[in-house]
Design a protein around this ligand. Structure first.
Ligand SMILES: Nc1ncnc2c1ncn2[C@@H]1O[C@H](COP(=O)(O)OP(=O)(O)OP(=O)(O)O)[C@@H](O)[C@H]1O
Length: 238
């Protein structure tokens, strides 16, 4: 069953077509990889789905509801959450307070309730010092906070935009486990990632974007062998 459906979605920025007539579906409960070379339109697509940008053309259906013209906060209320490529944690707040922001503003929770669920998320996501301030925090923990804040809005679908970048091998392993744990709670996941070993390991299916259009779709093991995909990544001489 599909939880999200894009029907002929196009986004233009002036003369530039960042997303060009894209139709795709995300299935309930899957981990989908959204991959493609720099500038392919992956983040723009996420922005269109989460309501950061409005489509120029086309339709977006989430959980049976037409969300094409809904503002971002309403999409969040319906169960769409995302992380941002550049995490911007609130430096003056503690770990748990940063996460509470998601519950308070994204899910309409009261203070006590939001603290309780934020602490629970710290446990699930592996943030061991919830009362820590952010001055000595690691890159991994900043990324985990970003994910936990998105999770605090109680999403049905979570978009992860390059959460593995800047992590070493051990941290990447830990992050893969975290993503699996989140999926284990019933959340559908769409992961944008340049680290192909992660995509190979974690996804059931990938969609390859190139210059705003879908180039290929299927299991990573198959798609990564396709000539047009290799060419898109490596150029005509590949
Ligand atoms: N707000 C904007 N205004 C104008 N052009 C934009 C805007 N956002 C994205 N673009 C352009 O749209 C195209 C797609 O960009 P996008 O960031 O979606 O690609 P991407 O696949 O996420 O790339 P990367 O992997 O480098 O993050 C690029 O040419 C980019 O310059």
């Amino acid at each position: 069953m599909s939880i999200l459906k894009l029907d002929k979605v196009t986004k233009r920025f002036g003369g530039l077509v960042a997303v060009d007539n894209v139709s795709m579906e995300i299935q309930q409960g899957e981990i989908l990889g959204l991959i493609g070379p720099n500038g392919a339109g992956k983040t723009t697509l996420t922005n269109l789905i989460s309501g950061v940008h409005m489509v120029s053309e086309g339709k977006i259906i989430f959980d049976g509801i037409d969300i094409t013209f809904l503002p971002a906060h309403k999409r969040c209320n319906l169960g769409i959450a995302r992380t941002f490529q550049i995490a911007r944690p609130l430096k003056n707040l503690t770990v748990v307070e940063n996460i509470m922001v998601g519950g308070l503003f994204g899910n309409g929770e009261k203070l006590k309730e939001s603290k309780k669920s934020a602490l629970r998320l710290c446990e699930t996501i592996g943030l061991e010092e919830p009362d820590q301030t952010l001055d000595k925090i690691t890159v991994l923990d900043i990324k985990k906070i970003e994910i936990a804040r998105a999770m605090a809005t109680k999403p049905k679908i979570l978009f992860l935009d390059e959460v593995m970048s800047g992590l070493n091998m051990d941290e990447t392993r830990e992050m893969i486990d975290t993503v699996r744990k989140i999926r284990g709670t019933g959340v559908t996941i769409c992961i944008i990632e340049h680290v192909m070993s992660v995509i190979r390991e974690i996804t059931e299916r990938v969609i390859v974007l190139d210059r705003g259009t879908i180039l290929a779709e299927g299991p990573y093991s198959e798609v990564s062998q396709q000539h047009n995909v290799i060419t898109a990544y490596l150029g005509e001489d590949a």
